[in-house]
Design a protein around this ligand. Structure first.
Ligand code: NI
Length: 256
């Protein structure tokens, strides 16, 4: 059985066929997943889907690209939702230096506030990182995020930062890019991460793995990610499934 730790079935790309996508995930062996909400529209939808399906869990956070839209009101809302029985993490949160809708100092401030909230409500965090690895690690260290732990979601940087993440009780999650022919870094990371810290994800509808690259991604394709990781680590597929699923359940405190 597979655990997809990062999906966005709560976005409009799935409005036409959401139930069929869930059915295909089940057929592919995806037994559990976490739907990540990141704004006013996607957060309630993630909660709604988690309430409806026993195998679906939710994470709620404020995306760094939209950091400029987060006020005390949104922070209070996240706090309120954090006690929901199906909310297993806060995020995605972090820094995104690719887009400039929100200035860097605003992104950093919103990121710090969400880490502080996670510590207050005792939930782990999910990190979105785009072109900002060093600043993210510095903030996580300064805010003592190790107290709650977290996931480096869709990790896409050098192995040289991995030890700093592991030291803070973080897990490393890999998605579609590990299967891309020209992707060097995620392949190195897949082989490097200790077996008790590795997670898999799709980040659907984005980043579909090879041979579906460029198409809409969906949770069923997490199997392609697991197959590639098995190959890169020289282990069999069943071992990778068992290992990453156990890791995900431990991380999200899901006992099944
Ligand atoms: Ni995401």
């Amino acid at each position: 059985m597979l655990f997809d730790t990062h999906v966005h079935l709560n976005v409009e790309h799935f409005d036409e066929d959401r139930e069929e996508v869930l059915e295909r995930a089940k057929e592919a062996g995806v037994g559990q997943m976490v739907i990540v909400g990141f704004d006013h529209e996607t957060i309630p939808k993630a909660i709604e889907m988690a309430e409806k399906h026993s195998h679906i869990y939710a994470a709620v956070g404020w995306h760094p690209v939209d950091a400029i839209d987060m006020t005390e009101k949104e922070l209070d809302w996240l706090k309120e939702l954090s006690s929901h029985p199906k909310v297993v993490a806060l995020g995605e949160m972090g820094l995104d230096y690719h887009w400039d809708k929100s200035p860097k100092d605003v992104q950093k401030d919103v990121f710090r506030k969400q880490i502080q909230l996670a510590k207050q409500v005792d939930l782990p965090i999910i990190i979105h990182n785009r072109e900002a690895t060093e600043d993210i690690i510095q903030i996580l260290q300064e805010e003592r995020a190790s107290e709650v732990g977290g996931i480096m979601h869709c990790y896409n940087d050098s192995v040289k930062y991995i030890d700093a993440c592991l030291d803070m009780n973080f897990y490393i999650s890999l998605g579609g890019p590990v299967t891309f022919k020209n992707a060097k870094l995620p392949k190195e990371v897949a082989a490097y991460v200790p077996e008790d810290r590795l997670l898999i994800e799709t980040d659907c509808p984005f980043l579909a793995p090879h041979p579906n690259r460029g198409k809409r991604n969906e949770p069923a394709y997490v199997k392609l990610v697991a197959e590639k990781i098995a190959e890169l680590r020289g282990e069999d597929f069943d071992t990778i499934c068992r290992m990453t699923t156990e890791n995900a359940r431990r991380f999200f405190s899901i006992d099944v």
